[in-house]
Design a protein around this ligand. Structure first.
Ligand code: 0O2
Length: 233
């Protein structure tokens, strides 16, 4: 909702200059405080999910004798990005609507060396009884047409506040290092380039994604061979 319905920046500036400190405080309390609180809840949910993967990494590393997870990264969508997505999707720009309709405000990215580790971790994570699966998109089994690969989950996780329990949505993306490298570079090449990229670049990027997928397959075979070799010696 716009601060003033006039839509005129000059009028908005004039009215703002007339506002007392008290009014500004009231305005921030009414509009910004609920948003800040919501973001704090997402941060808590993100921390819980991150901890779950650190625990799984610790436990599975004893079983496998190697860490299945290379890195766990977290990110909270910026206010600009939240507002852009909410208005692009045609949802009302209110805190309740943002919470209800935008699923990827809190994001956790889990990077592994091997594709098989992605499925082991996904199964172990989804078996936990405080996690509820909302949506699963497997762009590894069915890559996007540009070559993008990753496994995405939208889950709900409870957070325990001093006087209530809240359930928050978190997006979890699983990628191998090769998939993550490709997606990071592709994102940099496309980011804020309204004019897009040429067809030739699209093709080149797609081929790079296929090379990455081939490397992942070969690394998986090498992992199996190494494990067999160790078990025979
Ligand atoms: P950021 O800054 O990483 O969060 P939508 O999110 O509504 O646009 P949908 O179907 O809900 O679309 O999302 P989807 O397909 O599950 O993908 C959402 C996120 O996956 C994106 O978030 C990216 O992080 C990543 N992603 C999806 N497709 C691509 C791709 O082709 N290239 C790269 N590099 N990343 C991709 P955001 O919000 O776009 O960005």
């Amino acid at each position: 909702m716009a601060l003033f319905e006039s839509g005129s920046p000059a009028l908005e500036k004039l009215l703002l200059s007339q506002l007392s400190r008290q009014k500004i405080k009231q305005f921030v309390g009414y509009y910004a405080q609920p948003y800040k609180e919501l973001m704090a809840y997402y941060r808590c949910a993100m921390m819980s999910v991150e901890t779950k993967f650190n625990v799984l990494n610790e436990e599975l590393s004893l079983q496998y004798d190697r860490n299945p997870i290379e890195t766990v990264k977290t990110r909270l969508k910026t206010p600009e990005s939240v507002l852009e997505k909410t208005s692009r999707k045609g949802f009302p720009l209110t805190v309740d609507s943002i919470e209800e309709n935008i699923n990827d405000i809190a994001g956790v990215r889990v990077i592994t060396s091997f594709v098989s580790d992605i499925y082991t971790l996904t199964d172990a994570f989804l078996k936990q009884d405080d996690i509820r699966l909302i949506e699963k998109k497997d762009y590894i089994k069915e890559p996007k047409s540009n070559g993008y690969r990753s496994l995405h989950l939208i889950v709900e996780i409870p957070i325990f506040l001093h006087n209530e329990k809240k359930t928050m949505k978190v997006e979890v993306q699983f990628r191998t290092t090769a998939m993550d490298w490709w997606a990071t570079v592709e994102h940099k090449l496309r980011y804020k380039k309204d004019y897009g990229i040429s067809e030739q670049m699209e093709r080149e990027l797609y081929e790079c994604a296929e090379i990455g997928a081939d490397l992942d397959r070969r690394m998986e075979e090498l992992r199996k061979s190494a494990e067999e070799y160790i078990s025979w010696n």
